[in-house]
Design a protein around this ligand. Structure first.
Ligand SMILES: Cc1cc2nc3c(=O)[nH]c(=O)nc-3n(C[C@H](O)[C@H](O)[C@H](O)COP(=O)(O)OP(=O)(O)OC[C@H]3O[C@@H](n4cnc5c(N)ncnc54)[C@H](O)[C@@H]3O)c2cc1C
Length: 398
């Protein structure tokens, strides 16, 4: 969606994975612009916004997540947008075009705020990110977040840390004025990217168990606590294979897998969803940013005794020029097993994190990772890849 808003992707149709017609052709009836307003679980029906009842044998909650709306005066006025779905993206792009937007303020420096900043800046706008914390992308190690912040500045995006937005007013010119504890910013558009939380109100209303995370508790087949009721995607929990805890991890690839698993189980071809290791990536201008597993802090919270190192290297062999790449590995001090990894680089970060996700999935230790068989050729890295170097370095520290 950010790339559509920034006009890198020209048409919103390119973002539609499957049209209602395509669904219909495979026997799935799609009712659009309909909201489920109530559920009678015992009666086996849902009430929809047109006042109709729809009967079910099996019910699947795929209600996603809702945006966290900060309590800021003036947040509900034209020109202030949340970005959650394609309709939001279409509305934002239209506003930018119709109003000839030149200045944008983004509230929140998480991965969505950062992706939006890149897109709007690339489309020629003056962009400011107002962020509550010190550095962008909270999940990442501060060394990597510093690089992200410096990249924002190099590309002409203003990043303002440690700031509280107190209100959004309107100028006589019609422009928006974002008021903060550190002064005001004027803009023609304000985008709120301050996070999401699972949408579970309907599930709660029929007594489905909600987990500690605030998302719907499920088993490894996506079944909820009620018979014939399933939950998938951002509204549900998922098993984290490293922390061994049920977590809420609102990402699209996980939602896709959970949906498939629930469908298989409902359809009588049983399938188990074995969980996640927490892999995630995004791009920020020239930077690839990726992470998997647990951060050092998360590892501590999960009861491990973590140790970590950051290694700086290159995504290519030295003779082919340097493409800066940083990798952090986090391991358990007592077992030497990998617990997590993060990488930021001008190339090669996502590939390495994907490889390390597989290592995490199979419970590898640093000795094994230090000698993993990777495809070596100079354009893609040195013979001793940064993954080998980091694993061997960390092993020596234990
Ligand atoms: C800007 C942006 C960028 C993202 N980038 C990435 C990325 O790069 N990689 C990644 O893995 N993930 C990404 N995500 C997250 C990803 O989009 C979500 O994880 C994914 O869409 C979740 O799918 P879902 O089906 O669970 O929920 P959703 O896609 O949110 O769908 C839930 C649907 O249920 C509907 N609904 C809710 N309640 C009712 C009701 N009562 N009646 C009827 N309908 C209802 C909602 O309107 C919504 O259409 C991004 C998200 C955003 C906003």
């Amino acid at each position: 969606m950010p790339y559509y808003i920034g006009d890198v992707v020209k048409s919103h149709e390119a973002l539609i994975a499957r049209t209602p017609e395509k669904f219909e052709s495979s026997g799935v009836k799609v009712m659009q612009e309909v909201e489920v307003t109530g559920i009678d679980y015992k009666g086996g029906w849902v009430e929809i916004s047109r006042g109709e009842r729809k009967f079910f044998d099996v019910l699947v909650f795929a209600t996603g997540a809702k945006v966290v709306t900060p309590e800021i005066e003036g947040i509900n006025q034209p020109g202030v947008f949340f970005l959650r779905n394609l309709e939001d993206a279409i509305a934002i792009k239209k506003w930018i075009k119709d109003q000839g937007v030149k200045r944008a303020v983004i509230l929140g420096g998480g991965f969505i705020g950062l992706e939006m900043a890149e897109s709007l800046r690339t489309a020629g706008m003056q962009v400011t990110i107002l962020h509550r914390d010190n550095l962008p992308a909270k999940r990442w190690n501060p060394e990597f977040s510093h690089w992200m912040r410096d990249t924002l500045h190099e590309k002409g995006v203003e990043f303002v840390p440690r700031i509280n937005v107190t209100g959004i007013g309107k100028e006589e010119t019609g422009n928006l004025r974002v008021q903060t504890t550190e002064g005001d910013w004027e803009a023609e558009i304000v985008i709120i990217a301050t996070g999401v939380r699972p949408e579970v109100s309907l599930a709660r209303s029929i007594g489905v168990n909600i987990g500690k995370t605030g998302a719907i508790a499920v088993d490894f087949g996506q079944r909820t606590s009620l018979i014939n009721v399933y939950a998938v995607g951002d509204c549900s929990e998922v098993f984290h294979r490293v922390s061994k805890k049920w977590v809420n991890f609102p990402l699209g690839d996980i939602a896709n897998k959970q949906g498939r698993v629930a469908g298989r189980n409902i359809g009588g071809r049983p399938l188990v969803f074995e969980g996640i290791v927490g892999a995630q990536s995004f791009r920020l201008f020239d930077l690839e940013c990726a992470a998997t597993g647990l951060s050092e802090k998360e590892a501590e919270e999960a009861g491990f005794s973590p140790i970590s190192t950051i290694v700086w290297g290159s995504a290519t062999a030295k003779a082919l020029g340097r493409r800066r790449l940083g990798l952090q590995l986090i391991a358990d001090r007592s077992s030497g097993k990998l617990l997590g990894a993060q990488a930021v680089g001008l190339a090669g970060a996502v590939g390495r994190i994907n490889a390390l996700s597989v290592a995490l999935w199979s419970g590898m230790n640093l000795d094994q990772i230090g000698y993993l068989d990777f495809a070596y050729a100079p354009p893609f890295g040195p013979a001793w890849d940064i993954v080998h170097v980091a694993a061997q370095t960390l092993k020596r520290m234990i």
